[in-house]
Design a protein around this ligand. Structure first.
Ligand SMILES: [Mg+2]
Length: 312
């Protein structure tokens, strides 16, 4: 059956979401760890899938951002819901057999889970040892929850938080996932980025349980400005602000992604988060073919997106 206009749009946006993560990861990978000065000297502005960088990537190579997004999407597609034990098992398997690009905090948690520890105990113990640790490791992978629960905000909120708690129980991490998943859900149904952002921001502002620092960062991203004062670090609130800024201050998938990754720093992860947002806002067909051809895993992500939309 040929999908109708509305379901066709939903599918194109859901596919754009997951493929956008992989494209942002691959585009930003060569700039990971670079300052804006280094980027200006070496690339002027990176606009193509060049490969290279500190990890000596081939053009189109992806890392943990794409792997964890795929794993969460596979888990959700298989279970029909966010099952934290299933997600933890799949992430621990990835850690055992691949692990490319893993961050320190995530490695501490997944090594314990891979060693047989319960996921919740592992995540809470690692958090207790470093109470302020709040990296972007759960934010980069959370988008499949939005695809599954786009029409059910309370379930979306519960499962976005739960998806974060498997490795990143810090409240800023949990609620950054909620904000981005609510925004993705809104973008899936066709609102433009500014209108979607404003609706989600108002909704979150009215909740008593929503942490103020997450809202403050989102509000800063909304004000129009250049990227000069942004800090593209792996701290979850920095990454959230950078990705939202890129979405809200640019008008196409291509412009959004170029702006996001050329901030440098944690460029692959910020590119991935911006890629999910812009891929959803503009749809799969807006992703430049000259980028997509280098990213080998995107057809699989497209199929996963379709599977999740089918059960949503
Ligand atoms: Mg990475």
């Amino acid at each position: 059956m040929v999908p109708g206009n509305k379901s066709g749009q939903l599918l194109r946006r859901a596919s754009g979401c997951l493929a956008g993560v992989a494209v942002g990861d691959a585009l930003g990978g060569p700039l990971e760890g670079y300052s804006t000065e280094q980027i200006a000297t070496q690339f002027v502005q990176l606009r193509e899938m060049t490969g290279g960088g500190y990890k000596e990537l081939a053009p189109g190579d992806t890392s943990d951002d794409t792997a964890h997004t795929r794993i969460l999407a596979e888990s959700v597609a298989a279970c029909g819901r966010l099952d934290p034990s299933d997600l933890a098992r799949r992430l621990a398997d990835w850690y055992r057999y691949d692990g490319f690009g893993i961050g320190c905090h995530t490695e501490s948690v997944l090594s314990r889970i891979a060693g047989g520890e319960d996921w919740e105990q592992a995540a809470l113990e690692v958090q207790a040892a470093k109470p302020d640790s709040a990296g972007n490791g759960s934010l980069m992978r959370c988008s499949a929850v939005a695809l599954l629960r786009h029409a059910e905000p309370e379930l979306l909120i519960d499962e976005s938080r739960l998806s974060s708690r498997v490795t990143h129980p810090h409240s800023y991490c949990q609620w950054s996932c909620v904000f981005v998943d609510l925004l993705l859900a809104r973008l899936l149904t066709g609102d433009n980025p500014s209108a979607s952002f404003d609706a989600v921001f108002a909704y979150c502002s009215n909740r008593e349980d929503f942490p103020l620092p997450v809202l403050e960062r989102a509000a800063r991203a909304r004000s129009p400005r250049s990227g000069d004062n942004l800090n593209p670090s792996g701290y979850v609130l920095d990454s959230l602000e950078c990705a939202l800024w890129a979405l809200l201050n640019h008008r196409s998938f291509e412009q959004t992604l170029i702006a996001a990754v050329n901030l440098g720093g944690d460029a692959d992860t910020i590119g991935s988060i911006a890629g999910a947002l812009a891929g959803t806002a503009y749809g799969l067909h807006a992703i430049p073919g000259r980028w997509l051809v280098h990213v080998s895993g995107w057809p699989q992500l497209q199929d996963l997106a379709a599977d999740i939309i089918k059960i949503s």
